[in-house]
Design a binder for this molecule. Sequence first.
Ligand code: MF3
Ligand code: CO
Length: 260
Amino acid sequence: MIYLKTDEEIELLRESSLLVSKTLAELAKIIKPGVTTAYLDKVAEEFIRDNGAIPACKGYEGYPASICASVNDQVVHGIPSEKAVLKEGDIISVDLCTLKNGFVGDSAYTFAVGEVSTEVKRLLETTKAALFLGIERAVEGNRIGDISHAVQTHCEAAGYGVVREMVGHGVGRSMHEAPEVPNYGRRGAGPLLRAGMTICIEPMINMGKRGLRFERDGWTTRTVDGKPSAHFEHAVAVRKGKADILSDFGIIEDVLNNQK
Ligand code: MF3
Ligand code: CO
């Protein structure tokens, strides 16, 4: 069952999604060598609560923290830890969800810690570009497969592995609603997109092979070959003619650009 949202509901979802982006921008200010992912989790949780919202990941199916912090070969769902100390040249994907106005905001960004290699920069740029190519297809009359195909072909052409075990999803009053939004697929296949559908598009892209393994903590996923993985996620409302992006990387990148 796909829930179509009214314009009023989309504005409430936008508010929640923008709070996720603002939280990621707060983290952008403090991500540097020496910081632990447990500290990032604490800062995020306080910021979310100070803004009248609830960190929706905490307690979700037993997840123990407010953010997912996945470093280097960790693909997604890395659990924040005092032992995870960031160092120069790492990448860290931060994925977090807020519950505000009864709607779940959900977005993710992969940050470079200090200077990263040219190879890693290319992975980050390609993954983010693939997300925006997918978003371009999120218009009424297209199908989910059009989004999936755009993401997959862009990343595979760059020689990267596209993760299949986890996918994007509908979003609204629940974190995960129908439909699934895979990052691989065929043009013209899958559910029809209609104005008022709200979905999260979230490519998880490996520099090497696409294979994953799940750690014994029940959450963390890593690449099988130990190479790094990137993850960017936006919440998007499907519209006629042009997709409406509800989260915002602009406020995160303003912080990052001011550090240069
Ligand atoms: N934000 C993730 C997603 O994109 C879900 C996080 S899993 C959780 O679907 F358990 F941490 F919430
Ligand atoms: Co998501």
